[in-house]
Write a new protein. Structure first.
Ligand SMILES: *Cc1c(COP(=O)(O)O)cnc(C)c1O
Length: 410
């Protein structure tokens, strides 16, 4: 987001104009930011055979999926419907990995039928998978290396009490199941949760996978999942992707030599690719002065952007209607009948009713976590690409709210 001629823009497109044309609330994604991030990631690991599998749970509009596919990304999916979305967007089954947690064997069988890569994250399913397929369908194994990472316990997945992955301490059990069922293990995976800050943590996990790899002679890839941190505040430290690339590339090459073959290196970034691309634009409904603060009540709430309430995440807020205004302190809240505070004590350019506020870093886990709570509509989505803003999902309407209801006999 830049100020051009006194107006907030992204890739040359005026954001307040978008709100005017498509209405508020509206999610806006800048495709250039997404493609830049994808290129940054692949360049950082250039010497390796790197494959990026975009974690589509972070933002799954088909236009975004197609854009990423067009620029060389694969797809990471966590439900059978995400697999279907990916196939519909044009991804080859071979470019999709299915990495669910606690889903039924039937759902995994459906994914096998669709021909995508299967990642298994518990021993019970691994056994059932082996009984059904033997060595006819390869699978990847998700290992929990128990390295601590993650800024919030809800998004940290690597700790000892986590429900994710098969504990690295159970590897002997895993190899017994694999050998007795003649399972073809073609990949090892870890995803330790979001917000990894330094290369050291990643490498710690990597060493554990490299060690485990000795027990699996038929590997084709190692999948390091994600956890790249993005900047929410200006001063935030982020994952230095170039530094991480250098450190991992060296170590991975040495590992491949030891292993005896060049393996592919996979990553599954969600946030890293789409978070910064997203702007969530809302309209100010009311200003409410209380004894303690001035509330800015906007036409949105936890039904559209739940991250601040669920994860205490911080999203910068900018009053894009008043770029040059005097700075004042406000508390920005939603219109849901529940406490849904977007941000306390935020410095904003003087706010008037009717102004458009912009939440930054709203690309990941914004729209995909939205709901119809309070019988509100999910917002519209707009993509900025090729010098223009295009609608990629229309705002819901009343018929969407009652679409699946069936009249009862009363
Ligand atoms: C959610 C998820 C990701 C993406 O995490 P980000 O923090 O958005 O990059 C990657 N892999 C798996 C298995 C996931 O569940």
């Amino acid at each position: 987001m830049e100020i051009v001629n006194g107006q907030y823009t992204t890739s040359g497109i005026n954001l307040t104009e978008i709100a005017k044309e498509f209405g508020a609330p509206v999610y806006v994604y800048d495709g250039n930011t997404i493609v830049n991030q994808l290129n940054r990631l692949t360049n950082a690991f250039k010497p390796l055979n790197i494959k990026v599998k975009y974690a589509c749970k972070s933002l799954n509009n088909s236009a975004i999926l197609k854009l990423l596919k067009k620029h060389g990304s694969g797809l990471d999916t966590v439900s059978i419907n995400e697999v279907l979305l990916g196939l519909r967007a044009g991804f080859e089954p071979n470019d999709i990995i299915f990495t669910p947690n606690c889903v039924s064997i039937e759902e995994i069988q459906e994914a096998v039928k669709l021909g995508v890569h299967i990642n298994i994250d518990n021993i019970s399913i691994l056994e059932q998978f082996g009984h059904i397929y033997g060595n006819t369908v390869p699978c990847c194994i998700r290992i929990n290396p128990h390295i601590l990472a993650g800024g919030n316990s809800k998004i940290s997945t690597g700790h000892i009490d986590s429900k994710f992955g098969i504990s690295v301490h159970q590897l002997r059990h895993v190899t017994r199941v694999v050998q007795s069922n003649n399972i073809h293990v073609n990949g090892l995976h870890m995803h330790t949760g979001s917000d990894i800050l330094d290369a050291g943590v990643f490498l710690q996990g990597a060493e554990i996978l490299f060690e485990a790899a000795k027990d699996f002679p038929n590997l084709e890839f190692i999948d390091f999942g994600s956890g790249f941190k993005v900047a929410y505040k200006d001063a935030d430290i982020t994952t230095d992707i170039e530094e991480l690339g250098e450190a991992i590339t060296k170590r991975f090459q040495a590992f491949c030599k030891e292993y005896g073959r060049d393996l592919e290196l996979w990553f599954e970034p969600g946030k890293f690719l789409v978070s910064e691309s997203g702007y969530f634009l809302v309209k100010v409904n009311v200003l409410k002065q209380t004894t303690a603060t001035v509330f800015v009540g906007v036409d949105s709430g936890l039904n559209h952007l739940i991250r601040p309430m669920l994860y205490d995440s911080y999203h910068s807020i900018v009053n894009i209607s008043n770029p040059e205004g005097k700075q004042r302190i406000y508390t920005v809240v939603g219109y849901i009948c529940e406490t849904d505070t977007f941000g306390w004590d935020r410095k904003l350019s003087e706010v008037h009713e009717g102004d458009i506020l912009c939440f930054k870093n709203a690309g990941a886990y914004g729209m995909t976590m939205s709901s119809n709570y309070n019988a509100r509509y999910r917002p519209a989505e707009v993509l900025v690409w090729n010098g223009k803003a295009q609608l990629i999902r229309k705002r819901e309407e009343f018929s969407d709210i009652i679409r699946n209801e069936i009249e009862a006999e009363l």
